[in-house]
Design a protein around this ligand. Structure first.
Ligand code: GRF
Length: 220
């Protein structure tokens, strides 16, 4: 099968991007990153991409008059690349409805909470403030409503008494780095299909998120 072609959007460190690159380079993920696009010129993830010979595009959103013109510019660049899938990996800017509708259902996002809990920002602190015993990460299809699209895969971990927002972020990252490559490989394999009104897994419609199991390997 030909590799799944990706455009990855970032705003920051890009540790999820790195995890995806690593799995591609070790042959576990049949994908090709056509470009990494950042809305922040200083995003460390851009350096990571360059180190691996991946084309980058740095478009500073502050230089555009409004969200629509910025998203339109990104859209034009992405359309030229014509990827199979757009992967949001720590992209910290809300995408406009026309952009999302243009690519739906082929945009995925990773969000550090057990959606529908804690859409938006500061998810770790909000889980702590709420006294939650459990927290996690969700990978979902992007729809115009923020962090509300169908969740494909969810990973969970316990919140311990001594956890703070930083330790929860570390726990989240640890599973995120396994979860994103796995979902992408399922799509590359045709095991997971993103369709207009349904997500299918092994030919069956998904009625809720799959549960991430860190004991499964990429090959399963
Ligand atoms: C991740 O925690 C992801 O869930 C959220 O932004 C963070 C990005 O981290 N959407 P990184 O830039 O991939 O290190």
């Amino acid at each position: 099968m030909s590799p799944l072609s990706l455009v990855i959007l970032i705003s920051g460190s890009g540790s999820n991007l790195q995890a995806i690159i690593d799995q591609i380079e070790t042959g576990n993920l049949n994908a090709k990153i056509k470009a990494v696009i950042s809305n922040r010129p200083d995003a460390f993830g851009l350096k990571r991409a360059l180190q691996h010979g991946i084309p980058i595009l740095s478009l500073d959103h502050k230089k555009y008059p409004d969200r629509a013109s910025f998203d339109d510019d990104i859209k034009n660049h992405i359309d030229e690349l014509n990827p199979d899938l757009i992967v949001l990996a720590g992209y910290m800017r809300i995408l406009s409805q026309p952009f999302i509708e243009h690519y739906y259902p082929n945009i995925l996002n990773i969000h550090p909470s057990l959606l529908p809990r804690y859409q938006g920002l500061n998810t770790h602190q909000r889980a702590l403030d709420n006294g939650d015993r459990e927290h996690g990460v969700s990978i979902h299809v992007v729809t115009p409503e923020l962090d509300a699209g169908p969740v494909v895969l969810q990973g969970r971990f316990a919140i311990q008494e001594n956890d703070d927002a930083q330790s929860l972020q570390q726990k989240a990252h640890q599973i995120e780095h396994q979860m994103y490559p796995r979902v992408l490989q399922w799509i590359a394999d045709g095991k997971l299909r993103l369709k207009q009104d349904v997500v299918e897994f092994n030919g069956q419609p998904l009625s809720g998120p799959l549960a991430f199991d860190d004991k499964e390997t990429m090959k399963e």
